[in-house]
Design a protein around this ligand. Structure first.
Ligand code: FMN
Length: 424
């Protein structure tokens, strides 16, 4: 699936190698060397190194990873936990499963280093059940790591103990939200919890817990081996390192690409992905998963793929899921799919989300089935506006943001469709 070519390979280092998932292959190119290096460091030094590397969480929000780790209290009694958020539920995103397909040991190694840094005794990789192959690969890697002495008691004779398990979720978008994930792991309904307290202080079973995305953990071994400065030197000042982008749509070479942050969108689309397929033209692009506001061709001109540049255009890099919308795609259909998705996935805990996503789905259903009313587009915008910033987690905002952007930028297309539906 991967398409990384001449670019620096941090996460996709093992691309193209036979048996890339095996421990032997992983060890042949420096696997677990980052772990060994980290075991020669104090926990606080590991955290400082990750902080200095500029690594930001790759799950969506881009929160600085080292800073998150530093929030975990160091000198307290009792267990601390580490969780790999491998739920990957954001529509358009298919990059975490590529890491598990390519190098599951990179995830395991990153987690052991993180565990050492925060003093966690136990970790979980949380994957939705639909990814049954991925689960198999991850479980095999965990078993291999145990056999080789990278997991369990007294890892590599260091005196440090860390156990790692895989946990299979039932497949709900809300279980990708870190506190929803924690609820699910605790055996409860996958409903998010109020923050604060943040998981770093009170997470899994009420204990200090770090939740990071799969790609975030996978970047850590490289940082340990090559040093913070080498990582900071890649990308831009505020968006350091590389990022996996999963790109889909009517383009010649869709797939997963590892690119340095700050890479030109036009170069990515036209050179790396071979451009649009014959006869199609670019109508719009969703740059960071379904929650990210849509961008027009005008807004995409000169855009670079980093957190700041995309935010400056009013959207977000999110999970790095780039969805290319071509001229044959209907914004009515796109908006309906998005509205249905969030309505289906809302956990129902918060009224603005439960009711708001229902309203969006109902209005869009009406428009789609040619029963749209004059004023529906404005209604979509008003409902979306009322859903923002009022709920326990960001699912409500995730539904509101694309709705507002589509109604603002493609409202005329929606209105024309309503008129056609009602008139003829
Ligand atoms: C509704 C919702 C769904 C989410 N789904 C995912 C997901 O599938 N994977 C993920 O890593 N983060 C997801 N997140 C973000 C997590 O809550 C959390 O910020 C992330 O796992 C932290 O890891 P990071 O700092 O390494 O990015 C989601 C957030 C929300 C609000």
């Amino acid at each position: 699936m991967g398409n990384t070519s001449d670019k620096i390979k941090i996460i996709t280092k093992y691309e193209g190698m036979p048996n890339s998932r095996s421990l032997d292959t992983y060890l042949s190119k420096g696997g677990y060397e980052g772990l060994k290096k980290s075991f020669s460091m104090q926990p606080a030094q590991i955290i400082e190194e990750v902080k200095a590397s500029g690594l930001r969480g790759r799950g969506g929000a881009g929160f600085p990873t080292g800073l998150k780790w530093s929030f975990v209290p160091q000198n307290i009694q009792g267990p601390k936990y580490l969780i790999c958020n491998n739920d990957e539920g954001e529509p358009g995103t298919f990059k975490d499963r590529y890491i598990a397909e390519l190098s599951p040991h990179m995830i395991v190694e990153g987690m052991i280093i993180a565990a050492k840094a925060i003093g966690a005794c136990k970790g979980y990789i949380y994957t939705r059940y639909e990814f049954f192959e991925e689960i198999k690969w991850l479980e095999a890697a965990i078993q291999e790591a145990y056999k080789a002495g990278f997991l369990g008691k007294n890892i590599l004779g260091s005196g440090f103990d860390f156990d790692l398990d895989h946990y299979t979720g039932a497949g709900a978008y809300i279980c990708g939200e870190e506190t929803g994930l924690i609820s699910s792991l605790e055996g409860k309904k996958g409903q998010p919890k109020l923050k604060p307290p943040f998981p770093a202080v009170s997470g899994y079973l009420g204990r200090p817990t770090v939740v990071n995305n799969t790609e975030t953990f996978a970047a850590v071994p490289w940082i340990m081996i090559n040093g913070a400065a080498a990582h900071k030197a890649i990308g831009t000042e505020k968006s350091a390192g590389t990022k996996l982008f999963s790109i889909s749509g009517a383009i010649k070479r869709p797939g997963v690409y590892e690119l340095p942050l700050g890479y030109s969108f036009e170069r990515f689309l036209n050179d790396d992905c071979g451009g649009m397929i014959e006869g199609r033209s670019l109508k719009a692009c969703i740059p960071g998963g379904a929650s990210a506001p849509i961008l027009t061709p005008e807004e995409l001109k000169g855009l670079t793929m980093d957190y700041e540049a995309i935010a400056a255009k009013g959207s977000m890099l999110g999970s790095g899921a780039v969805m290319i919308i071509d001229d044959r795609m209907s914004m009515v259909e796109l908006m309906k799919v998005i509205a249905d998705f969030y309505h289906h996935e809302s956990c129902g805990q918060c009224t603005p989300c439960r009711e708001g996503t229902g309203w969006l789905a109902n209005i869009m259903g009406g428009i789609y089935h040619k029963e749209g009313q004059k004023g529906d587009v404005d209604k979509l915008w008003t409902v979306a506006k009322a859903m923002e910033g009022r709920t326990i987690c960001a699912l409500s905002d995730a539904a509101a943001m694309p709705t507002k952007a589509i109604t603002k930028k493609f409202g005329d297309e929606l209105r024309a469709f309503i008129e056609r539906g009602a008139g003829a």
